[in-house]
Design a protein around this ligand. Structure first.
Ligand SMILES: [Cu+2]
Length: 144
């Protein structure tokens, strides 16, 4: 009987610790925070290289790893949605591009055709804020 109780405690402890840690790790965002794509405009027809400029209101840009209140760094989502689980650091892929030096623009070379772009701000640990600071998703057409 004693052994069973110990086993149950050992199993339960990491679950509790995990959920508490996750709740604490989400950095709060101020209510007026807004991230948006300055250019290109939604529906634009563009040619490579495509200059993408990031806008941010109500918060500041800080490099990854630097902890300041009400700040974060940009992530550009290319042809993808924000991850369903935003309690973990955003992965770095060819569709989720981190701007950990605090950059506020980039140039892309995209294949001809329609593409979607969306910005998602995240904290020094690359974890989206709570509530998430995410832009509208725009669609552009790249001409060859
Ligand atoms: Cu990041």
């Amino acid at each position: 009987m004693r052994r069973l109780i110990v086993a149950a405690l050992v199993l339960a402890a990491p679950l509790c610790a995990g959920s508490v840690a996750l709740a604490q790790e989400r950095t709060p965002s101020p209510p007026a925070a807004e991230v948006y794509i300055i250019s290109p405009k939604n529906g634009a027809v563009v040619h490579n290289p495509v200059l993408v400029q990031f806008g941010l209101k109500g918060m500041g840009v800080a490099p990854a790893g630097m902890k300041f209140d009400n700040s974060g760094h940009h992530h550009l989502l290319i042809d993808t949605d924000p991850p369903a689980d935003q309690s973990a650091p955003l992965p770095a892929t060819d569709k989720i591009v981190h701007f950990g030096k605090g950059q506020t623009e980039t140039t892309l070379n995209l294949s001809p055709g329609k593409h979607t772009l969306q910005l998602l701000l995240a904290d020094p640990q690359h974890i989206p804020h709570s509530p998430p600071v995410v832009s509208k998703k725009i669609t552009i057409t790249v001409e060859p």
